[in-house]
Design a protein around this ligand. Structure first.
Ligand code: PML
Length: 267
């Protein structure tokens, strides 16, 4: 599909300067008004409460988007047979991440990973071999931004995933597809900071996006993202890719519901 004159629309809502919610879209000019309405409503009726500030930014896209295929999505059919520690340990091993490093990052995210113990607006960058955090600003982190899915691909995704589809999941798998496309990234861990949304994921390079139900206890307003990288990264080009390069998903991948053991064995 070719879309002329694309615009990025971003929403950020906060209360007393603390982040409540955010979302973004890439749309043609004629869809700007409807999208602004949709994102404003999302900000106003968020489970984390009423914002006192909603910031909507509309920009013409200067760079043409890169079109990508969505990551394959895996759903753990027998989630209830394992503790969260068992699941993460197995999945970090599959991602070639030392599980002590992985689990310490998980704990940091559910405790509030900024130096103030609050939720970071962006993601940590974690060296998967040392566990050292590489993001220049540990309060803000790195924001993966300028990404969306075409309406056609979104419809196909809804049909494929059926009743397990959620808008949060769609936004998350789109974001993760962008993140994993960066050559230095080997995995991404995400826990929502929405107290009512307890499904998170670990995405693994060359494999896909693994949804993890009950990744945190219900009611907890903490969470965030970590991008695991391998080797030395060029922080400038890394951040430029994450924060400025537009990505549009125009093709979906597979959706697999399987026991954890076969997900671990899957190539
Ligand atoms: C977020 O809303 O901040 C993250 C959402 C994670 C979605 C996980 C899923 O349902 O697959």
């Amino acid at each position: 599909m070719t879309r002329n004159k694309l615009f990025s629309i971003k929403m950020r809502a906060s209360r007393e300067r603390e982040h409540i919610s955010g979302a973004e879209r890439i749309v043609p000019e004629e869809e700007i008004s409807a999208t602004v309405k949709e994102l404003t409503e999302k900000a106003l009726y968020h489970p984390k409460g009423r914002p006192d500030s909603i910031n909507i930014k509309i920009e013409h896209l200067e760079k043409s988007p890169i079109y990508l295929r969505l990551l394959d999505i895996y759903e753990i059919a027998d989630r209830e047979n394992y503790t969260i520690k068992e699941i993460l340990t197995k999945l970090f091993k599959k991602a070639n991440i030392d599980s002590n490093i992985g689990l310490s990052i998980y704990k940091a995210l559910i405790s509030g990973a900024s130096p103030a113990g609050t939720v970071m607006r962006g993601a940590m960058i974690v060296d998967c071999q040392t566990g050292i955090r590489l993001e220049p600003d540990k309060f803000r982190g790195i924001r993966a931004s300028y990404m969306d899915i075409t309406p056609e691909a979104e419809e196909n995704l809804k049909k494929l995933v059926g009743e397990r589809f959620t808008p949060n999941m769609k936004d998350a798998v789109v974001l993760s597809t962008k993140v994993l496309n960066q050559p230095d990234v080997i995995a991404e861990l995400c826990i929502s900071d929405d107290p009512n949304y307890t499904t998170g994921y670990l995405s693994i390079k060359g494999f896909g996006y693994i949804r993890i139900r009950n990744i945190k206890p219900p009611g907890l307003s903490k969470g965030g993202r970590a991008f695991f990288v391998k080797g030395k990264i060029n922080r400038k080009t890394f951040i430029e890719y994450m924060e400025t390069l537009p990505i549009l998903i125009n093709e979906i991948g597979n959706y697999v519901l399987a026991p954890l053991s076969s997900i671990i064995l899957g190539a």
